[in-house]
Ligand binder design. Structure first.
Ligand code: AP5
Ligand code: MG
Length: 214
């Protein structure tokens, strides 16, 4: 399985990727997670990316493409992967196509998670994450059993810096202008699979697995 997850912020890409990875044993590559790790460690990439991320803007293509060229060569990608949040612009998609040719690999599909903007705001303003294992929760839809403590590993629960309403709205504007053109890009080559991502998390997983034929 080599697939891309496309969709607005808060569509549930990370939530569903974790479930698919658990079932199918493929690598989960989230560019947002890699960037946040770099910001935390204050690497040169993290220092460059931080301001863009906090403003809800995209990190420049050349930084992302260089990062992904290295990541896709790592050994855990040999058994397949989910790209969660990459590509996010047409130039990134073109760079990925060139890289797949170079690595002699084929992309199976680009999955589009469809959800409206108000649902996104509701989901992201309630999102909570585990600082230790990255598990994704929601204050209302999927709360932890004990407040502030991860059910899976006991780690500390936190809220992302960019999950504030004004930044969420900016991320949505950026999605519609810069990432939505990828829908036609993948549809025109017959690789687009569309999934209704507005239902419950379990319902979305059923629809997703059906579309993937998994
Ligand atoms: P990134 O981390 O990729 O953020 P995003 O695309 O904005 O998406 P999210 O991670 O916020 O949402 P998600 O779809 O994963 O939703 P989740 O499953 O968590 O990127 C962050 C930043 O990094 C970008 O703004 C940019 O600056 C930079 N960046 C990253 N990649 C880049 C690239 N390729 N190029 C340039 N810059 C890049 O779910 C959200 C919430 O909803 C959770 O609380 C969850 O519990 C809940 N939820 C999920 N599904 C459901 C459901 N079905 N019902 C109810 N609640 C649900
Ligand atoms: Mg995510």
């Amino acid at each position: 399985m080599r697939v891309i997850f496309i969709g607005p912020p808060g569509a549930g890409k990370g939530t569903q990727a974790a479930k698919v990875v658990e079932r199918h044993g493929v690598a989960h590559i989230s560019t947002g997670d890699i960037l946040r790790e770099n910001v935390k460690r204050k690497t040169p990439l993290g220092l460059k990316a931080k301001e863009f991320m906090n403003a809800g803007r995209l990190v420049p293509d050349e930084l992302i493409v260089a990062m992904m060229k290295d990541r896709l060569r790592e050994s855990d990608c040999a058994g397949g992967f989910i790209l969660d949040g990459f590509p996010r612009t047409v130039p990134q998609a073109q760079a990925l196509d060139a890289l797949m040719v170079e690595l002699d690999l084929e992309l199976d599909a680009a999955v589009l998670f469809q959800v409206d903007d108000e649902t996104v705001v509701e989901r992201l303003s309630g999102r909570r994450l585990c600082r230790k294992c990255g598990a994704i929760y929601h204050a209302v839809f999927h709360p932890t059993a004990a407040e502030g403590v991860c059910d899976a590993c006991g780690g500390e629960i936190y809220q992302r810096d960019d999950d504030k309403e004004a930044v969420i709205r900016n991320r949505l504007t950026v999605y519609h202008s810069q990432t939505a053109p990828l829908i036609d890009y993948y549809r025109s080559c017959g690789r687009l699979l569309e999934v209704d991502a507005a239902g419950s998390s379990d319902a979305v997983l059923v629809a997703l697995e059906k579309r993937l034929g998994a």
